[in-house]
Design a protein around this ligand. Structure first.
Ligand SMILES: [Zn+2]
Length: 563
């Protein structure tokens, strides 16, 4: 019997409205959870900010929904996760003198002079980002050179890698540094050949001699820095970041922001020291706080320095300075004890290791500690830049995570060749070989050392080339990885590395609705197009957290329409 017309009408009226937001008509792509990428056309976000359903071609959508956004065929990808960054330093780099684009010592000095003139009230001249290699200088700059433009005020400028600092004479005086000041353990004070006077540059542990004298950032400065960092990250499509070295003051700034609803990105903290770890976490890692916005997972340890300032701990002396093999920041025993102290209370451990001896040492320590600390520990090796090929297979053991930064390879390859010579580079930035051992690859930027630009990182990962397209066929191109693997390393891999693989990194039912509208499909575009990807909108927890249209004060992006 045919249904009468009135009954049909009634039936239509009874279709319930589905709560949430339907985003439809997109070119969606997401990691499939098995290492590959799958495509979709639309998805439903629940009112609590999770992905409720994902729709593929031909799938039935809900008839009535609270909000609906027509994606107009734009590309949607999951929010990118930066597995290794420094949130507060990223913000402070925006607030102080940024020398990262200076291409010569003269240019740096004239910018320092201009900054000094423009900030007459600043008690100290503070900044970062300098790189003598980028200036074509085969030595470090000096205090005397810095004196010229700094008007007698103390100046302290951090090197791009954060592992060295450059002081002027007033800063040396403020810190009481003389020819007689000894090198601290794990640090080096550079001296002027002949006179023995301090030259102005301090490496690794020695940087604290000056840094401890600079005016301490006020809580309100930290709040501003966090705001600046969030903007920089959101604009590049980073929706979550592992903060590698959170101090108690940093943590308080994160919480102050979250308390008033200003924490938009998700931050997973690794404490700067055992003291910070205990102050922040108390008896163990924190739970997810503020609706999955903030969590403290564990401890960051620095086992060595960086290659640029010859602090990376190598198995043999530097090819371009036979007097040193680097600056280990702790003994093997101290490393084991600190890792053990953290693991005892189930804190996750992330160890900075750049040189081949540092990498071997942390792999030894993981080997040893794994006998005592069973279960799912996810020991993290941060950087893993120069690994002896005989040690590479060890990354596949004990569930070790290789937290690596593709942009470092492009920026540092020429310097790495100089520091190591041609015969010790087989395990340098060896993403493919390390992944082949079964270790999880988690990619990040080390922001502010490199800008947090995940799409640039994906382009480097698949080409082993810099923005200039050099070298022509890629540097050690056998270590390039597939674009699927690179996208996974910035999403599922980075999420796994922070124990968030069931929440973050995919657009799939149950996951936090963190996603981007971008202008490029990274599975189809050329590497150069991927590098130039523009993020159009960044959504976190089902809310639009940033939009290029608003940021550029141009046409407003359409708000979701009430349906
Ligand atoms: Zn770092």
């Amino acid at each position: 019997m045919a249904t009468p017309a009135w009954a049909k009408r009634k039936k239509v009226e009874e279709v319930p409205t589905v709560a949430g937001t339907l985003i439809d008509n997109v070119e969606g792509l997401t990691p499939d959870g098995k290492g590959g990428i799958e495509h979709f056309e639309g998805f439903l976000i629940s009112p609590d900010g999770h992905v409720a359903e994902v729709y593929h071609a031909g799938d039935k959508r809900p008839e009535r929904v609270q909000y609906k956004l027509d994606g107009r065929g734009r590309v949607v990808v999951p929010g990118m996760i930066d597995a290794h960054g420094h949130v507060m330093a990223t913000g402070f780099a925006k607030m102080t003198l940024d020398l990262s684009s200076a291409t010569s010592l003269d240019e740096a000095l004239s910018r320092i002079a201009a900054w000094t003139a423009a900030h007459p009230d600043a008690p100290w001249i503070l900044g970062s980002g300098w790189n003598q290699v980028q200036w074509g200088l085969d030595r470090m700059p000096t205090a005397a050179e810095l004196d010229a433009g700094t008007g007698g005020k103390p100046a302290w400028l951090t090197r791009v890698d954060g592992h060295a600092g450059w002081a002027n004479s007033a800063a040396l005086e403020a810190a009481g540094i003389t020819a007689a000041t000894p090198d601290p353990e794990g640090g080096e004070i550079l001296h002027i050949a002949g006179s023995g006077k301090p030259a102005g540059v301090f490496i690794d542990a020695a940087t604290a001699l000056i840094a401890s004298k600079q005016p301490k950032a006020r809580p309100e400065d930290r709040d501003t820095a966090l705001g600046e960092a969030q903007l920089a990250l959101l604009a590049q499509g980073v929706t979550a970041i592992a903060d590698m070295g959170t101090s108690i003051e940093d943590w308080q700034a994160f919480r102050r922001a979250a308390d008033i609803g200003h924490l938009r990105i998700r931050i997973v903290s690794y404490a700067l020291s055992l003291d910070d770890m205990v102050l922040i976490g108390g008896p163990g890692p924190t739970p997810w706080l503020y609706g999955d916005r903030l969590k403290m997972n564990g401890l960051k340890l620095f086992l060595d320095g960086a290659l640029g300032s010859r602090g990376a701990w190598l198995k043999a002396p530097y090819a371009d300075d036979a007097k040193t093999s680097g600056l280990p920041q702790m003994t093997r025993t101290q490393l084991g004890n600190r890792m053990s102290r953290a693991a005892l209370d189930n804190f996750q451990v992330a160890v900075h290791a750049i040189g081949d001896e540092a990498n071997k040492t942390v792999l030894d320590a993981i080997d040893e500690l794994s006998a005592t600390y069973k279960g799912d520990r996810r020991w993290r090796v941060e950087h893993a830049q120069i690994v002896d090929p005989t040690d590479i297979p060890r990354f596949g053991e004990h569930g070790t995570i290789a937290s690596m930064q593709p942009q470092h390879e492009a920026s540092d390859r020429i310097m790495a060749e100089a520091r190591l010579g041609p015969d010790r580079l087989a395990g340098a930035y060896a993403w493919k070989s390390i992944a082949a051992t079964g270790a999880t690859l988690a990619f990040g930027s080390d922001t502010p050392v490199e800008p947090a630009r995940p799409f640039e990182g994906i382009a480097v990962a698949v080409t082993r080339q810099g923005p200039d397209g050099k070298p022509f066929l890629g540097w050690q191109p056998q270590e390039a990885i597939s674009r699927e693997a690179a996208i996974n390393a910035y999403t599922t891999g980075a999420a796994y590395a922070m124990f968030a693989e069931n929440k973050l990194g995919r657009i799939a039912p149950g996951y936090d609705a963190d996603f981007l509208f971008v202008d490029t499909d990274p599975t189809l575009a050329t590497p150069d197009e991927i590098r130039k990807t523009r993020v159009l909108e960044t959504w976190i927890g089902g809310q639009r957290a940033w939009s290029a249209a608003k940021d550029e004060a141009a046409a407003q992006a359409p708000e979701p329409e009430a349906f």
